[in-house]
Design a protein around this ligand. Structure first.
Ligand code: NIG
Ligand code: FE
Length: 414
């Protein structure tokens, strides 16, 4: 069947993100900006990016031309490479208690914390979880996000984790964004396994992992490595089994103490996420490795904690991605560009570093090589703003909203 072809433009500025390295600091002068640009789409991919007027001379006759009347910008649509949007309930009371001065323990004792979300999520019918995940993915699409990683981790049993991952798979079928599922069964030790962490992890490996493979639910395994969750010693055999079964590894690392970067590097994980407590040692380890360092500024804002040392990571040579960590506890805001812009002001990040962190470097954190830059052959996933200068994206700190969002060569929001 003949593939649909569209020419869209002219864009006042188009950021390709072409030829930028996967790792290290970036200057805005390194950004390739095509002025008066056009995007020629064939099927779900980019056929060509060039000056709009030049493209009009070479495109086949009768192709659909989508002519823009106002000054617009285009850049690759965003990739939110770390979320927990498949959950039931909310934790507004935790937030209020925390801001009222209550401790983590007091909040947990009053029925809050991750376990509260586990109870609510377990009580959700599968379809309710699908709907909740869909609703949150739609919120992200409006922000220009067209690829969303979604973790399980509020089920914490073979059956309930399976339910969550099936819900994510069903939501992915309906969502206009690509939802990339991750199994975070090792999020915290379920209450019925207190003192028996090894037994819980063995149960997950032996009973859940084969089902994930059989049903094609995910190829990614995550673990929260922290005193309050699982130790590196407990997680090593778990990751070894996961890796032997062919899963990619990702880690909730160094959130409250320098606890997880080492294991992320040892297992050649695709990413190490959080890093608020990383010291120079972890920064050097990550910089030398192929592991993408993922900063989650919305979790710092949600908890009132330090930001990840993004500047130091980039200067040491690491690859930096930025994600929302959208979850009901630590990161309820779910705003990618707003939170990334706040990280930029607090950590002194260039526009090129921020935009790389939410496009091709985030794609790398998900092991996806077909998106994140606007170049021929990659997916036609892009975001359009009514503005005449890309600097306004971070300058407006999330207040500048996309006027249109395209995914796989189709307009999915306007
Ligand atoms: O990434 N750090 C662990 N997990 C989540 C928080 C989950 C929750 O509080 O519900 C995070 O911040
Ligand atoms: Fe998280």
């Amino acid at each position: 069947m003949k593939q649909k072809e569209i020419l869209i433009g002219p864009f006042k500025q188009l950021l390709t993100m072409r030829n930028l390295p996967d790792k290290g600091a970036l200057l805005d002068s390194q950004l390739e900006i095509v002025e008066h640009a056009g995007i020629w789409i064939r099927g779900n991919k980019i056929k060509e990016i060039a000056k709009f007027d030049d493209l009009t001379l070479v495109i086949p006759k009768n192709i659909q031309v989508h002519k823009l009347k106002k000054d617009c910008l285009a850049l690759p649509s965003y990739i939110d490479c770390h979320t927990h949007i498949a959950f039931g309930g909310d934790r507004a009371n935790d937030f209020a208690m925390r801001n009222g001065g209550s401790s983590y323990l007091e909040i947990a004792e009053s029925g809050g914390g991750i376990w509260n979300t586990v109870m609510h999520t377990r009580n959700c019918h599968l379809q309710h979880l699908v709907d909740a995940t869909m609703a949150r993915s739609s919120e992200l699409i409006k922000q220009g996000v067209t690829t969303v990683e979604v973790k399980s981790g509020y089920g914490l049993s073979v059956e309930e984790e399976l339910k969550t991952l099936r819900a994510i798979a069903l939501a992915n079928k309906q969502s206009k964004a690509d939802l990339i599922a991750t199994c975070l069964a090792a999020h915290m030790l379920p209450k019925d396994y207190i003192g028996k962490a090894e037994d819980y992890l063995v149960d997950i490996v032996e009973r859940l992992f084969p089902l994930l493979i059989a049903e094609g639910l995910t190829n990614r395994i995550d673990a929260f490595v922290e005193r309050s969750a699982f130790t590196a010693q407990q997680i090593r055999p778990y990751f070894t089994e996961a890796q032997n079964m062919g899963f990619d590894i990702t880690v909730h690392a160094d959130q409250f103490s320098p606890s997880g970067s080492q294991i992320a590097v040892d297992f050649n994980a695709v990413s190490a996420d959080h890093l608020e407590a990383s010291t120079d040692r972890e920064i050097a380890l990550l910089a030398k490795s192929n592991v993408v360092a993922v900063a989650l500024p919305a979790a710092s804002l949600g908890l009132g904690c330090a930001f990840a040392p993004a500047r130091k990571l980039l200067d040491a040579g690491a690859s930096l991605a930025i994600a929302t960590d959208w979850n009901p506890g630590s990161a309820p805001m779910g705003q990618l560009i707003a939170s990334a812009s706040f990280l930029a002001t607090m950590q002194k990040l260039t526009n090129a570093e921020v935009l790389a962190a939410v496009t091709f470097r985030a794609a790398k954190a998900l092991n996806l090589s077909d998106r994140g830059r606007l170049v021929p052959g990659l997916l036609a996933d892009f975001v359009i703003y009514e503005a005449d200068n890309y600097q306004h994206i971070t300058y407006r700190q999330g207040a500048l909203q996309p006027t249109a969002v395209w995914k796989n060569g189709e307009e999915v929001f306007n």
